[in-house]
Design a protein around this ligand. Structure first.
Ligand SMILES: [Zn+2]
Length: 267
């Protein structure tokens, strides 16, 4: 009988230990799950903020089309600015021929010369987001990606009253983490002029006059004064053959962003 009682006691002790063990595992699991849920909620909230801003922008930047979809057109795009003694020369040359372009601006540059962004917007040009510090977005955390994009977006809005609604990733580098964090259309290009490499106005003028085709999205950098110098000469010539349009205008003429060369599809 004594032995039986001892066995019973040992058995109930085991049962208690087992239950406590399970409960603590379960609660650890709960904590993990609730952490994961919390993370998910934070990510969702952040993406919603960006989506909301983007949606607002869509209505603000949609204008009456100035473009004939049946006539040749090109989209000149300028990255890494705005830069004094460059951006304003390009905008001025465009205005003289009733043309427009897209400027993928860097937030840290907008900080220095917000008036150049306003000048471009007032001339009908489009502003795209090219991050704040020109970092490879693929190497950043979701929070850092959002900082890079949202800070620039807000600076552009403060400068011009318009949010950038499209983006160009620095180095053309984008992945699903970037895409999930920021739900705007991303664009590269189909015609690289290599202006950043040669920094030579004559070389760029010849390149663009020789190699441009109808429908091109052309990559240049208003960071370089040589690019502005080439454009002052090339824009009046290009305007004789092509309508000089923004990315949005080309998308409207071609039936959607996905029909614009350089549009980055999901990978
Ligand atoms: Zn760039």
């Amino acid at each position: 009988m004594k032995n039986f009682k001892a066995v019973l006691f040992a058995l109930s002790l085991l049962a208690v230990l087992f239950t406590v063990g399970c409960a603590s595992k379960e609660s650890a699991k709960d904590t993990n799950e609730s952490n994961a849920e919390q993370k998910e909620t934070i990510t969702e909230t952040l993406s919603e903020t960006v989506t909301e801003e983007t949606t607002t922008t869509t209505t603000e930047t949609t204008t009456v089309s100035l473009v004939d979809p049946n006539k040749p057109m090109i989209a000149l795009t300028f990255d890494d600015g705005p830069r004094i003694n460059s951006t304003e020369l390009i905008v001025d040359a465009l205005q003289k021929v009733n043309g427009r372009a897209t400027f993928f601006v860097v937030g840290s540059m907008v900080n220095k010369h917000p008036e150049l962004v306003k000048m471009a917007v007032d001339a009908g040009c489009q502003i795209g987001n090219h991050s704040y510090d020109h970092l490879d977005l693929k190497s950043l955390s979701t929070n850092d990606i959002l900082y890079q994009i949202n800070t620039t977006s807000n600076l552009v809005y403060e400068a011009s009253g318009v949010y950038p609604m499209i983006g160009r990733p620095p180095y053309g580098s984008v992945n699903n983490t970037v895409r999930n964090a920021v739900s705007i259309p991303w664009f590269n290009w189909n015609h690289d002029t290599l202006d950043w490499k040669y920094k030579d106005a004559n070389q760029l003028y010849n390149e663009i006059m020789t190699n441009t085709d109808d429908g091109d999205v052309i990559l240049m950098h208003d960071l370089h004064t040589s690019t502005a110098e080439a454009m002052v000469k090339a824009i009046p010539e290009l305007a004789k053959t092509y309508q000089l349009v923004t990315i949005d205008e080309m998308a409207q003429a071609k039936g959607g962003y996905e029909n614009v060369p350089g549009y980055i599809r999901e990978n």
